[in-house]
Ligand binder design. Structure first.
Ligand SMILES: [Cu+2]
Length: 184
């Protein structure tokens, strides 16, 4: 083989690698703007087989001059979607739906993350698979409605790209998502 041919092969291999990286990038988060509301770094966690619930996270900033409230209207991956908060009850961390929508004050940034506020996907139609994306429709009382795609990170990930066990809270019980859920 000539050295030129070898160089060509090496170039082709480099190209394939670049394409693979591009494919990975395609599943990365997009940011969203709706009116004065900015949504950054949306992501979701993969779920084990048979799990009935999943969770999605993001950072929401209100750059406007008036408070707004957000609710989750629907998701392509679950029958229902709700915004949940975590509360301590008799020493047990439990999650509850945020009644009437999650308020974001003017100038405030609210981060939805594991162990805290989250979008709960209730009655999953299928497991959330790492590398795929899940969509929800969020409705802001003032700013309007926005569809958000959440790239799915590993099961138990503390943040996108951070492996499981990185300082997350201990979950209670077994099965889908682990935490106890209080019906409103
Ligand atoms: Cu929840």
């Amino acid at each position: 083989m000539t050295s030129l041919a070898r160089t060509k092969i090496r170039l082709a291999a480099g190209c394939a690698l670049a394409l693979a990286q591009l494919a990975t990038t395609a599943a990365q988060a997009t940011d969203y703007n709706v009116g004065p509301i900015q949504i950054t770094a949306p992501w979701a966690r993969a779920t084990p087989k048979g799990a009935s619930t999943g969770a999605a996270y993001m950072t929401i900033t209100n750059t406007g001059k008036t408070p707004d409230k957000v609710t989750c209207v629907s998701s392509d991956a679950s029958a229902e979607c709700q915004i949940h908060t975590m509360v301590m009850n008799n020493g047990v961390m439990q999650m509850r739906p945020v009644e009437g929508g999650l308020e974001i004050k003017p100038g405030e940034t609210v981060t939805l993350k594991p162990g805290a506020l989250h979008v709960m996907l209730v009655n999953l139609k299928h497991p959330l698979e790492q590398g795929s994306t899940v969509k929800t429709t969020l409705k802001f009382d003032s700013a309007g409605t926005v569809d958000v795609d959440y790239p799915v990170a590993a099961i138990g990930a503390a943040a996108p790209g951070v492996p499981a066990g990185g300082g997350t809270m201990q979950m209670q019980g077994g099965g889908g998502g682990g935490m106890q859920m209080n019906k409103p």
